[in-house]
Every structure is written in C-alpha cells, then in structure tokens.
Design a protein around this ligand. Structure first.
Ligand code: GLU
Length: 463
C-alpha cells in the first residue's frame, strides 16, 4: 500500500470551530494509524475574509489540540499560478473551453430556470461554439466540459457507494474571467500535487466530490479515496447552533476544557470503539478506522464533554494543573499558595468539571486572612457565627502540633463541652475559612491552610 497522506483544509474565514477540529482529528488519527502523513492546507483564496488573524487562530487551535501536522502548512492562494496552469492544460486537451457569457446573460439564465422550476445550471452556450465568434472586449472564463450522459459512482469509505447521473452536472467554471481559479479547481490540483491519498471531510462536501471527480478524470489523475463524515448536530438533532456548542476552539479553551478532553470527546462524535468513552489519543491512533465511523449525524452533548473533561483533569498531577488555573484566578500564586493548592486540589476535583470551576472552588486558598463571604454564606453567618467562632478559637489556639487529627480532636472537645453537635459549629468554620457554604472537609482545609492562617481567618470574622 502506498503511504497514506491525509490533509485538513480549513478556509480561514473564522476561527477553528468544533466541527473543523473533529475533521482535523479524524484526518490526524487516520494518518497516524497508517504511519502516514497528516498535512495542513489553508484555503485562503477568499482574500477579503482570510486575514492573518484568522489563519493564526487556526494554527493556534491546531497546536493547542496537539494535532501537529507534517511539513509546512500550504497556502492555497500562493498556488494560484499552478491552478491557472492546469486550467490551461485542460483547455489544450479539449476538456475545457472559453465561455464569453456576460454576467447579465448568466443571471437571465438563472432567472429563467427559477421561473420554470428547473435546476439552475449553465446552459453550455459556449461549449461547442467557435471561439472565433467571441465578442470583443470580454475576457472569458474557462469552464470544464463535463460529461452529459452516463453516471459517476464514488465508493465513499463512510457513505458507501453513491451514484449521480451526469445530467445533473453543469460545466462549472475553473478559472474566472479575472483569471482567479475557483475553489473546485484549486482543491483538486492541490490534493493531487500534495499526493493526498484520502480526502476525509464533512459530508456537506459530498456533492462537490462528484464535480471534483470530473477534473481528476479529465486530467487523467489518480483519484483519492473519499470519506465524507456526517456533520455534528445539536442535542435536539438540529444544525449545531452557538448555544449548543458551535463555537471556536478558543472558546472551549477559555471555558476551561483540556485539549485531551476535547480530542477524546470529538473522536467519539462519530467514531466508536465498542462502548469505550474514555479513549486516550495513543489508543485512538491504534484503533482508529473509517469503518467504525457512523453514517448518521452525531449530537453534541455538553454534559458528556464536561464528564470527559473531569476525567482528564483528575488524571493530572495537581502540580501541572496549577499553571492551567492561573488565568482564572484574580491574584498571583506565591510558592506558599502553590503548595496549598497542590494539597487542596484533589478533593476539589471531585466537584469540578472545568478548569474554570476548579479555579473558582479553590480561589479561597489564595486569600490571606481576609475572605470575602458569598451572599448566602454571609447571611447564614449572621445566625450566630461570630459567637461560635469566638468560643472555639481558644481550642484551636491551644493545639501544639497542627494536624488534621489534632484539629478534629480539638473541635470535638469543644462540642462535647458545649454539648452541641459538630453541625452547629462546622458550617460557621467553613464560612470563615472559605467564604462559602460548600467545601471539602474543614479539617483538611484547616490542615492545609496551617494554624496561623486558619486562626487569622477565624479571628477576622469575630471582629
Ligand atoms: N476549505 C473547505 C472547508 O473549509 C474544505 C475543503 C475540503 O476539505 O475539501 O469547508
């Protein structure tokens, strides 16, 4: 088998969105599975919309997801001379022709077809006409002489065998009258020149594949395998909307998802390996095959993504999580706070599904003495908090060796003396230490904060 070469070919008209990232991932996995190459081509021919910024955003998104491409990224726009060359070659071979139809003629053609309820396509008026009849002063477009009878079949590696009748094809433009190549031509020439063996992309391109096929045939080029993967839909089965996840990759990064989790979640949107939900990238490379890509659209499910994200966060060493939490904190992290976090993150991970949530829940470790109280906590504290904390302080001040066990003992001794349950004082301690009515074990928190900081926080609330 020849070496597998795939490509991801985004149009940089915006950021790398979630559907594009999945297409890139499938191309990456397929290439790596076959020890092949994964190439990147930026389809930047729409000059008005392809800016340096959008190109950069796509490259950044790919790098963040660790979908590293082989070789230098190819700019489609820079290859325009080569695309023109192929259009002229097709002309020479008799597979294309000059079309002098004016924009007015073309729009009349469209209007007439619309009125009669016919498919809107070019009527081939210059297909067999003698170029000697060319009107003065009109620069022609170059159109492909598409076959008019018979049919074409593509054995798509995901969609199966798909056939269309050639009557449906029209003589598409290859080179516009201003000399710029069309997308159809550029894609085929680039895929051919880059030796792409497998074109894996969204199934919204399946119709294009039949048009592109005619260019391959006319040039006598080897036709790559096609795999058109179903699009991602929203949880309601409708087209993916922004609210349901149709966002740029950078939005997921900001919301606090890990790239490993995004990759894991995306690969499962359409591809399966038994019932496995957690599949690390190394295993995905080992197991990936297009046969296990489903034909029906998959549904985006934020809850599942959050669940997968929690798994990957929990797998990380807390030390490695701290730098990832930094953007969400509202203050710097000193070495002392870093060591608090290293010990405190583990229990908070059980309650957090994104980095943003984890940062929010661990923010209390960053304060020194003065903890802002959440509204609910402040309200609850009014119900006797000051008094209880004042009473318990001497018990905690008396602890000689600060440890979780000794803290627990001291608090129990206080409860016994007052003949109250832990539930009568614990919540106030929690509020004074964390500013919230929810947190992991207060004994653990006190141990992590250390005696001095614990006492400072408690004293502050008695003032
Ligand atoms: N540039 C096209 C897009 O972003 C993809 C073309 C292709 O994969 O053939 O939709």
């Amino acid at each position: 088998m020849t070496k597998v070469i795939t490509r991801f070919a985004p149009s940089p008209t915006g950021f790398l969105h979630i559907g594009g990232a999945r297409t890139a991932l499938f191309n990456y996995l397929f290439a790596k599975h076959h020890q092949g190459k994964f190439l990147l081509r930026i389809e930047d021919t729409d000059r008005a919309r392809s800016t340096d910024e959008t190109v950069e955003a796509i490259l950044m998104g790919m790098k963040w997801l660790n979908l590293n491409w082989d070789e230098d990224a190819v700019s489609q726009f820079s290859r325009a001379p080569r695309h023109r060359e192929v259009a002229l070659e097709l002309l020479e071979k008799g597979h294309a022709y000059y079309c002098y139809a004016t924009p007015e003629e073309l729009s009349e053609m469209r209007e007439a077809a619309k009125k009669e309820g016919r498919q809107q396509k070019y009527d081939g008026r210059w297909r067999d006409r003698d170029p000697a009849e060319a009107p003065e002063g009109i620069s022609p477009a170059i159109r492909l002489k598409a076959p008019q009878t018979g049919s074409s079949t593509i054995n798509d590696l995901v969609q199966g065998s798909v056939t269309i009748e050639h009557e449906q094809l029209d003589d598409m433009v290859l080179l516009r009258s201003d000399g710029t190549p069309t997308y159809m031509l550029a894609v085929v020439v680039d895929d051919h020149d880059m030796d792409i063996t497998h074109v894996i992309r969204g199934d919204d391109h399946l119709n294009n594949a039949f048009r592109q096929l005619q260019i391959y045939k006319a040039m006598g080029w080897h036709i790559p395998e096609f795999a058109h993967i179903p699009l991602i839909h929203g949880p309601d089965g409708a087209k993916l909307s922004k609210r349901h996840g149709a966002l740029g990759i950078e939005a997921y990064q900001e919301m606090g998802y890990l790239p490993e989790a995004i990759n894991n979640y995306l690969m499962r949107l359409g591809w399966s390996h038994g019932d496995d939900e957690i599949i690390e990238i190394e295993n995905a490379i080992k197991w990936f095959s297009l046969e296990n890509v489903g034909k029906s659209p998959s549904r985006f499910d934020f809850d599942k993504l959050r669940h997968v994200n929690q798994h990957y966060m929990a797998k990380k060493d807390p030390k490695d999580l701290i730098p990832l939490l930094k953007p969400y904190f509202n203050s710097e992290i000193s070495p002392q706070i870093s060591s608090r976090l290293e010990r405190g993150l583990e229990s908070l991970l059980q309650r957090s599904e994104t980095l943003e949530e984890l940062a929010k829940k661990s923010q209390f470790y960053l304060y020194e003495s003065n903890i802002p109280l959440e509204e609910k906590a402040a309200e609850k504290f009014l119900d006797g908090g000051k008094e209880k904390i004042t009473d318990i302080l001497p018990f905690l001040e008396a602890i000689k060796k600060w440890s979780e066990e000794n803290i627990k003992e001291a608090i129990q001794a206080y409860c016994k003396k007052e003949d109250i349950k832990l539930g009568k004082v614990g919540p106030f301690i929690r509020i004074a230490l964390t500013g919230s009515i929810e947190s992991p074990s207060i004994f653990q928190i006190m141990d992590i904060l250390g005696q001095e900081e614990t006492l400072n926080r408690l004293r502050t609330q008695t003032l």
